[in-house]
Design a protein around this ligand. Structure first.
Ligand code: NIG
Ligand code: FE
Length: 406
């Protein structure tokens, strides 16, 4: 074992590699790490003789890939508890948005906050995810809606990645809503976002571009122009699509070879088929479905039938999904959306990594991949979806370094 930094013995691995056993399971296994990568996986009985700097006997515990939360709006100012109270007296999410509340109230609070304030308010949310085994996290902008404030959000997102053992991927969501200074001038604001794009790209602060394609936000045609501009700049694409209505967003995302199309409650068969062809991942967000009391389920059967990969994520944000538990999304993904526990776990590992363009390096346990490893006190992988409100994480490794244990 030349140069192994870590050897985990007596492990049961849910590798999440497709094609073999359920969960890509390998029982009675050992896993070795060198230079932050998985160096060797094999049967316990076949561990090569030699030295590893550290050996940990996992006593039969299950190991999964570190979890990936592939769709969050984690950095924002203020909260929307008052809006929640309003909704409980009958106002809808769309009514509140049209009346200038909703996303725009968070925009006001985010613009008023300093970079430090945003950082310190987002940090506990990122820590909560980390404490449940998350090692990779996507964070979108979209509450600044002006270049300096959008960049401020993206900088805070990067800072979270620099200060916590999390791989953070950032997404520019300038086309999230039309800000108050552009009221009733949505097209002018879209032009402003198009003008921001080259600077955002040059800043290196955004790993992808996203937009909210919806009747209360940007039309299909406006979204098309934005995605074209993003693609021309070489930026990968993600899209909030078909959340509240069937706007053809999923098919549009696929047409641009998007990494993912997200929400998708109203996606039709044409959209699902286009996504399958393009390899676009369907990111399902049961937290928003729950919190907005939606009744239209995303077309999981269509995605299965067409072979569209399905990811699950928190959509952590103050308005439609103020949740910071990815494990809870496993439960909701199964109970609301009827995913199998195996699909749900793949949704927060392999498929979520693909939704971030990280499929080659993250999301499964395979030799050569980054050694992001979550060790669980469970008897079978389905327990991760079956329990809710309980965290069975035993130990967490980010690139082979232990970053949490309990
Ligand atoms: O993913 N759909 C648009 N954006 C967010 C909600 C943002 C908000 O309400 O603040 C979402 O649900
Ligand atoms: Fe979202």
């Amino acid at each position: 074992m030349p140069g192994w930094d870590l050897l985990l013995t007596n492990a049961r691995l849910a590798t999440m590699e497709p094609g073999g056993e359920a969960y890509g399971a390998r029982e009675g296994a050992a896993l070795a790490v060198a230079s932050g990568r998985i160096a060797w996986i094999g049967p316990q009985a076949e561990v090569p003789q030699g030295e590893a700097a550290q050996i940990i006997d996992l006593e039969g515990r299950w190991v999964t890939p570190g979890l990936v939360d592939c769709h969050t709006h984690l950095v924002y100012g203020g909260d929307r508890a008052a809006e929640f109270e309003l909704r409980l007296t009958g106002a809808t999410y769309e009514e509140i948005a049209r009346a200038g509340g909703g996303i725009l109230s968070t925009v006001q609070a985010t613009r008023a906050a300093t970079e430090d304030e945003l950082y310190h308010s987002a940090l506990p949310r990122a820590r909560a995810l980390l404490a449940e085994g998350v090692t990779t996290l996507e964070i979108k902008s979209g509450y600044g809606l002006a270049l300096d404030h959008e960049l401020k959000q993206l900088k805070v997102a990067r800072r979270i990645g620099d200060s916590l053992p999390l791989e953070v991927r950032t997404t520019f969501l300038g086309a999230h809503a039309v800000p108050p200074e552009f009221k009733d001038r949505g097209e002018d604001y879209l032009q402003a976002v198009l003008a921001m794009l080259p600077e955002v790209a040059a800043s290196g602060l955004a790993d992808a571009v996203d937009a909210f394609c919806e009747t209360i936000a940007f039309s299909l045609e406006q979204t098309r122009r934005l995605l074209q501009a993003a693609r021309d700049l070489g930026l990968p694409i993600k899209l909030h699509a078909d959340q509240l209505s069937d706007s053809g967003g999923a098919a549009l995302a696929a047409q641009f070879g998007a990494l993912s199309a997200d929400h998708l409650e109203h996606t039709n068969e044409e959209g699902a088929a286009a996504m399958a062809k393009a390899g676009t991942v369907a990111v399902l967000l049961p937290g928003a479905f729950y919190f907005l009391r939606e009744s239209k389920l995303p077309p999981v059967d269509l995605f299965r039938r067409h072979g569209v990969g399905m990811a699950l994520s928190t959509d952590s944000n103050p308005g439609s999904s103020p949740v910071t538990s990815l494990l809870l999304m496993l439960s909701m993904g199964c109970t609301f959306f009827r995913l199998t526990p195996e699909e749900a776990l793949a949704g927060v590992t392999r498929e979520a990594a693909r939704a971030l363009g990280l499929g080659a390096s993250h999301g499964t346990l395979r030799e050569g991949k980054v050694a992001d490893l979550a060790v669980w006190n469970i008897e079978r992988p389905a327990e991760l979806s079956y329990r809710f409100g309980f965290n069975p994480l035993h130990q967490l490794f980010k690139a082979g370094n232990e970053v949490a244990s309990q």
